[in-house]
Design a protein. Structure first.
Length: 365
């Protein structure tokens, strides 16, 4: 018996919803390095420290070997090393990165100059706007970041627990890259002590730094911890909310975006007629996916978490062909039936759960 095509997207979405926590327990880390030891490769991939054998280490300088080990300590799902010659420009390398790495990953650069950090911020923003990618960047003392996909780590110096001792803050970027990429979707970056460091130089005012969108480490009774797991987003409004300042919220947002975008592209786009029945099958599949996320508490299971046809957008899209008066007379059911060319206009309302980070307990006696 021949396969029947359309309903399989429901199975795909259900599977993605059920496996979201497992798939999101680790992220992909991309470390950009400058290294002329060998020019025979641009990208190398390592799933764990056991992959980074002596033959692989021989491809890098001692400093870059340490950086790669730092990333792998965070146990990301996979580390992609992007090598560039010391005389190459970062912008050329980033074009290669864009064609190679997955659309939802963490990116950092070892020993980046101020200009290279600025270029990285521009790359992250442009990739989101122009290419629909969801890369996340961690950099050091970034300027003009103010973006939910850019983490601006700002400690001026750190004391490593190993033989490196006191180092400039930028030296911790590779380790923090692996740490953030290796965090599970059900855990905030503040949850663990950072045993890689003995101590850090704190900003003068931790709270002010956090409010300025800075990712800062602080000394907490002999341990080093993350003060607040935030990205660099400061400016909100027009659909950008304060919740999006939290790294954990953005991680779940990006997982949902990547799952839906990729499934649409692979299983649905261009394969079926733009008819309401087919749209409703797609909507039902997405809502099943949301239900799976709610079962694992990535979404709030006390909230509806539903997708539907965007009636307002579809009504407006019909006006050029049928006229304002005609379209205004249509019921919502009629608007849903009147699909427009190749366009599928959907809208969803979901609630992503954050981690418990703040505690207030009043005791009266």
């Amino acid at each position: 018996m021949a396969d029947i095509g359309l309903p399989k997207i429901d199975i795909v979405f259900k599977g993605l919803g059920v496996s979201a926590v497992q798939r999101g327990s680790k992220g992909v880390a991309v470390l950009i390095i400058k290294d002329d030891t060998t020019d025979t490769f641009t990208f190398a991939e390592y799933k764990s420290i056991t992959d980074f054998v002596s033959a692989e280490q021989a491809k890098y300088t001692a400093g870059n070997v340490q950086y790669i080990k730092d990333v792998l300590e965070g146990t990301p799902k996979k580390l992609i090393v992007a090598r560039m010659d010391t005389e190459d420009t970062l912008t050329d390398t980033l074009q290669l990165v864009k064609g190679y790495v997955p659309m939802n990953c963490w990116i950092g650069m070892a020993d980046a100059t101020a200009q290279e950090q600025t270029d990285l911020v521009s790359f992250i923003k442009a990739a989101k706007t122009n290419d629909k990618k969801r890369y996340k960047l961690i950099g050091h003392n970034l300027t003009a970041s103010d973006d939910l996909h850019v983490v601006n780590y700002t400690n001026t110096s750190v004391v490593f627990a190993d033989e490196r001792g006191v180092q400039d803050g930028i030296k911790a970027v590779p380790w923090l890259l692996g740490y953030l990429a290796g965090l599970s979707l059900d855990m905030s970056a503040i949850a663990k002590p950072l045993q890689k460091f003995k101590s850090v130089t704190e900003p003068a005012d931790l709270e002010a730094a956090v409010n300025l969108g800075q990712f800062v480490l602080f000394n907490d009774e002999g341990e080093v911890r993350v003060a607040r797991a935030v990205n660099s987003l400061i400016t909100t409004g027009q659909g950008i909310t304060d919740d999006m300042k939290f790294i954990l919220i953005v991680e779940v947002m990006d997982l949902i975006y990547s799952d839906i975008f990729t499934t649409w592209k692979r299983f649905y786009k261009g394969k079926y007629k733009n008819h309401l029945d087919n749209q409703m099958l797609l909507i039902g599949a997405i809502n099943s996916y949301f239900s799976g996320l709610a079962l694992d508490f990535l979404l709030d299971n006390n909230f509806e978490n539903k997708a539907t046809v965007n009636l307002e957008t579809q009504r407006l899209a019909n006006i050029p062909k049928y006229g304002q008066d005609e379209v205004d007379s249509w019921s919502d059911e009629k608007v849903m039936q009147m699909t427009v060319s190749t366009n599928v206009f959907l809208i969803a309302n979901i609630k992503i759960l954050n981690a418990m980070e703040d505690f207030k307990f009043d005791i009266f006696m």
